[in-house]
Design a protein around this ligand. Structure first.
Ligand code: MCN
Length: 787
């Protein structure tokens, strides 16, 4: 039976994460825990970044003990499946070469799959890979997007100059006029290197096919099972969607990398069908590095026009965005609509123009990584504001303040097509400045410099477009997916509640927070609400978890269904209490007749009545549940200010943190503890990008930072103590006032840290440095590159 309703409001409380018991005790089940007796798939990757394939000889591998089958791309073609990994976002003029699950004629990066061995165990499968004999004809490779468009190397015949798209946003003429009228133009050339997402759990799939029913079930590390189902069903395997079940069990982190429909999971499912049984595949860390979509990869020229008092008149940005060897699903949207549209940051910039050239290279595909597009765009604006402030001899904080969009201007339409919903930017910025004691730090900086110590303070503001929506607008811009979310709220006759949502957790705590949303709407104890996600058989439809959408959009869907349930319950309450519906009030789980508090009935009692069906209004169907497809009218726009104080050692180039302050505003907070956790994780990743992380390729297209030995993730001893605070500016259009938070800190942290380091280096005449700001980069820059 249901527990007694509690009066305490669960929305806004730091309810403990119900996910943690399973995770901490090891009881939580991940994909690799499924199908323990299944055969194993090992996938052969290309040895070269660019080559034509002359022959693939699998005969020796087939002969090995324990090997059940060896397949190549030719076998996939022969099976007659559609065999395509499609893009999910079209842009005008976009070139869309076919992306097959295994390459047959040409390889375009070292992660391309060439053959799949299925064997009785993992060791036998991997050992047999050595016996697959591939004859390559090697080609030159190109790895940088700016070089790709001028190179003789052709990644795809369909894309002349390797250009996949050439995208423009904003008013170029207005920007020209603004630049002519302005007192000063600052410019900066900057690069944002590739980042490799490092989820704790590498990608994995386990697939089971039942030939008698034609049912195919795939457990996989998915951030969006329904999207995976539709793509796998229609574009890749040609398997009926209603007979394809995708389940995302516990997923150990994603950071964007598990949004995409990759060849490997499709190969695993295809192998299960071919063999008529169960197979599984688990990526190694090295394979993940070579195949998980990377993030960022921009080479940019930016110019900012300002008056001498710091008033910004215009911003001009041109960027070459690397797409890698193939188009991943959102690879086109991330550097175009998510990047160009956020360039206004928190500022009233009257004219902005942005051109993005998306280029194919012989590298791992690039797509959304935590902060996707918004992180890259905000970085440009927040860096160039600092560059301009120094050139104008103004305090960078004051330039920011001069240009902030004031609260009374909301909703605010930017020069790059977004309408920001709400913002109290100055309040958040002032809170951060006060916490970090900005004036005091500046004084200390001056004093320490006299003694040969180099302190730097960096401030970055940011806005994020979180929760892509609405579907119609996204569709007009080329999206092949909706921006809605589905949520089911179902009372059981005993008064407990099941919620099913189309989002898919990878560590964000949805089973806790979305239960809080439902409990608050229904006025029932949070422990009486169970949330199901990540299973296409259990959840009717869904769009998944990315773009910081699960709180605002998933939460919106749950709230909307909760409200529908309350309205139906109100009708039953009015019937049972013999009152008009207008006279029945709902408060914390109980319906009362206005003015007669003793005439009341709880929502749990009404659930029982609804399922009995004896004593409910005529014409009403029994049952108490509701489904919503919540399609928001706009993005939500979280914002904030991050500030860092660092000291640079001029002898070693080492960057040491003195302070790190983050003030974030994600509207109403469902669970402040989880919000803070999201901010902590985001700061770590933002600092990693600023100081140490970069995926580097050599000229042959070999990923030289191909393992954790060469790819420098931040470690706990290189991260500062975080000092966090928040302001609360609800989103006016969201049913629960929530804005997303999952990516915010990643967006704010990187420019704050880079600004701080460059500020520290001012006495050495350094006005910009490209990330990552490793000791070597900083040390070299201190001596004007002479060391
Ligand atoms: N939340 C809240 N109050 C708000 C906003 C959010 O309590 N005002 C809660 C939400 O209910 C949810 C969590 O905070 O439990 C994050 O919510 P949201 O901002 O909606 O983001 P999503 O849940 O959609 O998660 C996606 C986001 C992204 S895009 C990346 S990348 C990312 C991130 O979340 N990857 C993560 N955080 C991650 N955290 C972990 N542990 N692992 C990842 O892979």
């Amino acid at each position: 039976m249901a527990s007694e309703p509690n009066a305490e409001s669960v929305f806004g409380s730091s309810v403990e994460r119900r996910e943690d018991v399973g995770l901490l005790t090891g009881d939580a089940e991940f994909t690799d825990d499924k199908l323990q007796d299944a055969a194993h798939v090992a996938i052969l990757r290309s040895q070269f970044a660019h080559a034509t394939i002359e022959e693939i000889d699998v005969s020796a591998a087939e002969e090995r003990d324990g090997v059940l089958a060896v397949y190549t791309g030719a076998d996939v073609e022969e099976s007659g499946v559609p065999n395509d990994i499609p893009t999910a976002w079209m842009l005008p003029g976009l070139v869309t070469p076919q992306y097959r699950i295994m390459a047959t004629d040409k390889v375009r990066h070292t992660g391309d799959a060439l053959a799949a061995v299925v064997a009785e165990d993992r060791y036998a499968a991997y050992d047999a890979l050595d016996d697959v004999d591939v004859t390559y004809d090697r080609l030159e490779a190109v790895t940088r997007p700016d070089e790709a468009v001028e190179s003789d190397v052709t990644v795809h015949e369909e894309a002349p100059d390797n250009v996949a798209f050439d995208f423009e946003l904003g008013d170029a003429d207005a920007v020209d006029e603004a630049f002519e009228a302005a007192d000063h133009v600052a410019s900066v050339d900057l690069e944002q290197p590739r980042i490799i997402p490092n989820a704790v759990e590498p990608r994995a799939a386990a697939a089971s096919y039942d030939p008698s029913s034609d049912e195919l079930t795939v457990w996989m590390t998915s951030q969006n099972p329904h999207l995976h189902r539709v793509l796998m069903s229609t574009a890749t395997l040609g398997h009926p969607e209603h007979k394809l079940r995708i389940v995302a069990p516990e997923v150990g982190g994603g950071f964007g990398s598990k949004i995409y429909h990759y060849p490997d999971e499709a190969i695993t499912a295809w192998c299960a069908k071919q063999l008529g049984g169960s197979v599984k595949w688990q990526a190694t860390r090295t394979q993940s590095y070579a195949t998980d979509c990377h993030g960022r990869d921009h080479v940019t020229e930016a110019e900012l026009a300002l008056d001498s008092d710091g008033t910004i008149r215009g911003l001009r940005v041109e960027t070459h965005a690397g797409l890698g060897a193939h188009l991943s699903q959102f690879a086109t949207a991330t550097p175009s609509y998510l990047y160009a549209t956020i360039l206004s940051s928190e500022y009233a910039i009257p004219a902005i123009h942005c051109r993005v050239i998306g280029a194919f290279t012989n590298t791992t595909p690039v797509d959304a990584y935590r902060g996707a597009g918004r992180a890259e765009g905000i970085y440009v604006t927040e860096r160039i504001v600092d560059v301009a402030a120094r050139e104008l001899d103004l305090d960078p904080v004051e330039v920011r303040r001069t240009n902030l969009i004031p609260p009374e201007e909301f909703p605010y339409e930017t020069a790059v097509a977004l309408v920001y919903d709400s913002g109290e930017y100055e309040e958040a910025m002032d809170r951060a400045l006060e916490l970090i004691d900005y004036e005091g730090v500046r004084e200390r900086q001056e004093k320490l410099r006299e003694g040969g110590r180099y302190l730097g303070v960096g401030v970055a503001n940011f806005v994020e477009s979180a929760g892509l929506s609405p579907s119609k607008a996204a569709g007009e811009l080329g999206a092949q997916a909706g921006g809605w979310e589905a949520g089911v709220v179902r009372f059981h006759p005993s008064g407990t509640v099941s919620v099913a949502v189309g989002t898919a957790d990878q560590g964000q705590g949805h089973r806790t927070t979305l239960a809080q949303v439902a409990a608050a709407e229904l006025g029932v104890p949070v422990d009486d609400v169970e949330v199901v996600e990540g299973d296409t058989d259990e959840v009717p439809q869904g769009m998944g978890t990315y773009g910081s959408r699960s709180g605002p959009v998933g939460g919106g869907a749950v709230a909307q269904s909760g409200r529908k349930v309350v309205e139906k319950a109100r009708s039953i309450a009015a019937h049972k209490l013999e009152a008009s519906e207008d006279d029945v009030e709902f408060d914390d789980g109980t319906f009362h007749v206005v003015g007669a508090p003793d005439r009341s009935i709880s929502i749990q009692e009404l659930a029982y009545a609804a399922y009995l069906g004896h004593d409910i209004p005529d014409e009403m169907e029994p049952g108490l549940e509701a489904t919503s497809y919540y399609d928001p009218e706009n993005f939500t726009f979280p914002f904030g200010t991050h500030a860092a104080v660092v000291e640079v050692d001029p002898d070693t180039g080492e960057v040491e943190f003195h302070r790190y302050v983050a003030v974030d505003d994600c509207g109403e907070q469902i669970n402040p503890m989880i919000v803070e956790g999201q901010v902590h994780g985001g700061i770590a990743q933002g600092i990693g990008a600023a100081l140490s992380e970069a995926a580097n390729y050599d000229d042959n297209g070999t990923l030289v930072s191909g393992s954790m030995n060469e790819y420098a993730l931040p470690r706990s001893d290189s991260l500062p103590e975080y000092e966090t605070d928040s302001t609360v500016t609800p989103s006016p259009h969201n049913p629960i006032g929530v804005k997303g938070v999952g990516e915010s800190a990643t967006i704010g942290a990187t420019p704050a840290v880079v600004n701080a380091v460059v500020d520290a280096l001012e006495p050495f005449g350094v006005d910009h440095l490209d990330m990552p700001l490793t000791d070597e980069t900083v040390w070299t820059a201190i001596d004007g590159g002479e060391r």
